[in-house]
Design a protein around this ligand. Structure first.
Ligand SMILES: CCCCCCCCCCCCCC(=O)SCCNC(=O)CCNC(=O)[C@H](O)C(C)(C)COP(=O)(O)OP(=O)(O)OC[C@H]1O[C@@H](n2cnc3c(N)ncnc32)[C@H](O)[C@@H]1OP(=O)(O)O
Ligand SMILES: Cc1cc2nc3c(=O)[nH]c(=O)nc-3n(C[C@H](O)[C@H](O)[C@H](O)COP(=O)(O)OP(=O)(O)OC[C@H]3O[C@@H](n4cnc5c(N)ncnc54)[C@H](O)[C@@H]3O)c2cc1C
Length: 672
């Protein structure tokens, strides 16, 4: 427990909730963080970064004008990155790039987003993933020392999803041994890159590479865009901010164009392909798509990002629901805490369970990613397609579920959830963007579907497939899978649903092709079902991973921790079985009676989890500085905090605003 939690006077209802909790909170914190070591490391990092008070704003960020907000975000980014550089990276090493502790701690500094986020989030990882050792030796120390600040500019005004359609060109000139960067059209302007508008002095630019008159597709380049002394854009570079957005307004998302702008040949990131001095193009990598490596890395990290943000929202909404009392269902009885309403429990407990499910799946995916990376270092890229398929669907589903449930947490807080000071709108505006960036939801599910259909064709041909799709053999028989409501039975049924949907898609594609249309058109006609099949596959992966891992992780835990963790995981499985009852009726032997029983068990679980609800969110262990919420603080002083924050609004700086004299008075006196 951090010091701020020990000294404050806590709301009485929250105190009672904490007395009711029957499990060891710290053990659950260890599970959520991925182990005791990780918890201790996180706490140490949070102490280093937050105990100085450098993150505190005198005026709420949201009350500042756009420019002041950006200015304040840059100020705090400089403080935070000095702490990261001098102290945090010393503890974590570069593992920090895949560890949510940096983002979690950063939330105490920025209610929105740091304009430096993409520097550590994508610029540095791309240097590591796409540069030769020699290039890394040149760029990495400068980037880690913050001597240069970078952005990642891939998306253009005209294309984001379709990378092969990017229009920016990098044409090699062997006379001067330089690449000439050019933006031939308005739609070729780089657009969206975080940190690019006003902050970055360097940028990774993804451009179509031309040499000896031939195009070799998109490649990444490191491009200096601003003078290191004056920060003026170099001649030939046009750069600016893309304009006000739904969120991310301190993230400095920018546009960028080039007018025949020259960079040295060595600024091409040459780990996967090279251009020699004479202009000869040499492919080094064994796999076509290795230049997409940073995207795969970020997609992997986004799963845990989704979990952490959902855990934050759940903490706010559950604590608030324990403090808030509303309505009078029984005459003469006191108003209940809103968390006592089963409908409120239905809204919130799935959020807690999903945070655990995504965190555990995110950990598992991170380990898989590191294994694949190790294979690739040894020259073996065989497991890359499976990693791409997994990271694509898990990124899509985790960000989409998390955004939906964060919004549900806001609904669960009624009117006060709509206050920016609750922090729920800001968490939502951040997370809803993650559904789009780094690959749109639908597009990524279709990438997974492509892998699944191929895997199904392998199964049909009697060939072996990789472990995450070995369940596809379930579809080989047309029999409905036998329903049983044990966890393993539910998971098996989800797999059967996914398998049957995938096989049905493959059949549909074939059926369309029999009418004489080509494969691509047949694929398009099947995409609604393909997205649904990929979603089912992903749900079965999450359910299986969550269940297997939570069983493993709690094996040595105390009894009550085992019980509450099993209750949450079972709730998760049953919730999705009920949500997908249509699929189960279609592809398993589940009956109406089974569904009724499942519904009853679900409601029983809500009641069983209820006394531990506050304990469960306390176990996420967010410091108040990170939650930044009037509704979710540890002490539950909800109404006092709402009032205190309201009084900080510049609109409360005096009893009469100037607008009264300028406009309202003349209007009411008939003089306007
Ligand atoms: C530490 C500090 C905090 C950190 C916080 C982090 C913050 C981060 C903030 C971030 C802020 C936001 C930052 C940003 O937003 S940065 C911009 C991100 N942009 C995107 O994500 C664009 C999304 N589009 C794509 O990824 C591609 O264009 C897709 C995939 C859609 C198609 O592509 P393409 O048209 O070229 O391919 P194809 O469809 O013909 O398929 C051809 C084959 O290629 C295989 N294939 C495709 N892709 C991959 C892959 N990756 N690895 C391995 N294989 C891959 C594929 O399976 C197929 O295989 P096969 O079927 O033929 O066998
Ligand atoms: C907050 C934010 C930050 C960002 N930061 C960066 C950054 O730092 N660097 C960077 O390079 N980019 C960045 N991006 C851009 C982001 O990566 C793209 O917006 C994203 O990849 C989606 O591409 P798009 O905008 O072209 O959408 P589109 O591809 O135009 O999508 C529009 C719609 O069309 C559908 N669609 C598109 N193609 C297909 C298809 N083949 N099949 C079926 N449906 C399809 C999509 O599902 C979607 O519904 C950022 C975006 C946001 C919102």
């Amino acid at each position: 427990m951090s010091t701020d939690k020990m000294s404050v006077k806590v709301n009485v209802d929250l105190q009672k909730e904490r007395q009711k909790c029957n499990f060891n909170i710290q053990e659950v914190t260890f599970i959520f963080d991925g182990g005791k070591e990780q918890t201790l490391q996180r706490k140490k990092i949070e102490d280093i970064a937050l105990n100085s008070g450098a993150s505190i704003d005198s005026i709420p960020e949201e009350c500042l004008g756009l420019k002041e907000r950006y200015d304040n975000a840059v100020r705090k980014s400089c403080i935070y990155s000095r702490i990261v550089k001098n102290e945090i990276l010393e503890i974590t090493g570069l593992e920090a790039l895949g560890n949510p502790v940096l983002r979690r701690t950063a939330d105490a500094f920025f209610k929105e987003i740091s304009p430096f986020m993409l520097h550590l989030g994508m610029f540095v990882p791309t240097i590591i993933g796409q540069c030769t050792e020699e290039q890394q030796a040149k760029w990495l120390p400068r980037a880690l020392e913050m001597q240069i600040i970078g952005a990642y500019a891939q998306t253009e005004l005209g294309h984001g999803t379709f990378i092969r359609g990017l229009e920016t060109t990098a044409t090699y000139d062997p006379e001067t041994e330089e690449f000439v960067l050019h933006s031939p059209t308005l739609t070729s302007y780089k657009w969206w890159a975080g940190g690019l508008g006003n902050t970055a002095n360097h940028c990774i630019v993804v451009a179509q590479l031309y040499t000896k008159g031939q195009c070799h597709g998109t490649h990444p380049f490191i491009v200096p865009i601003r003078d290191m002394e004056t920060h003026e854009p170099f001649p030939g570079v046009k750069v600016g901010d893309v304009g006000v957005r739904m969120g991310f307004n301190t993230a400095d998302n920018g546009f960028l164009s080039f007018n025949h702008y020259r960079i040295p040949r060595e600024n091409m990131m040459m780990k996967n392909a090279k251009v020699l001095k004479d202009g000869t193009y040499v492919k080094v990598a064994r796999h076509e798509k290795l230049t997409y490596g940073t995207m795969v890395f970020v997609r992997v990290t986004l799963v845990k990002e989704a979990a952490i943000n959902l855990a934050k929202a759940a903490t706010i909404a559950v604590r608030y629901s324990a403090v808030r009392r509303q309505s009078q269902p029984k005459p003469d009885a006191p108003e209940p805490q809103i968390i006592d309403y089963p409908t409120q429990q239905h809204k919130l407990f799935i959020c807690i369970a999903t945070a655990h499910a995504l965190q555990i799946t995110g950990d598992w995916l991170w380990r898989t990613f590191k294994d694949v990376l190790a294979d690739m270092r040894g020259g073996n890229t065989d497991s890359l397609p499976e990693l791409h398929a997994l990271s694509s669907c898990l990124k899509a589903i985790s960000t989409s579920d998390s955004a939906a449930y964060i919004e549900q947490c806001r609904f669960a807080c009624g009117g006060h959830g709509y206050m920016l000071s609750s922090n729920l709108p800001l968490i939502y505006s951040f997370v809803t963007a993650t559904r789009t960036y780094e690959g749109d939801y639908t597009v990524l599910l279709l990438q997974t579907a492509r892998f699944l259909v191929k895997a199904w064709e392998q199964v049909e041909a009697g060939k072996s497939v990789t472990p995450t799709v070995s369940y596809l053999t379930l579809a080989a028989t047309k029999e409905k899978v036998l329903w049983n409501d044990f966890a393993e039975g539910i998971i098996r049924s989800f797999q059967a649903v996914a398998a049957r949907k995938i096989s049905a898609c493959a059949e549909t594609i074939k059926r369309h092709m029999k009418t004489g249309i080509c494969y691509e058109d047949a694929w398009q006609l099947t995409t609604v079902r393909l997205v649904s099949a990929a979603e089912s596959h992903c749900r079965s992966v999450i359910c299986q991973t969550y269940w297997n891992e939570i069983t493993r992780l709690t094996a040595s835990c105390s009894t009550n921790v085992k019980i509450v963790m099993e209750q949450l995981a079972t709730l998760y499985l049953i919730y999705w079985a009920l949500e997908r009852s249509g699929d189960l009726l279609r592809y398993s032997t589940i009956s109406e009676k089974d569904l009724n029983r499942l519904q009853e068990r679900y409601e029983e679980l809500l009641a069983l989890i209820r006394p531990n609800a506050v304990g469960l969110v306390d176990a996420f262990d967010f410091r108040d500085e990170i939650l930044r919420s009037t509704l979710g603080a540890y002490d539950g002083r909800v109404y006092e905090r709402l009032m205190e924050e309201a009084l900080k609004s510049p609109l409360n700086d005096g009893p009469v605003q100037a607008s009264f004299h300028k406009y309202i008075k003349p209007l009411t006196k008939g003089k306007l």
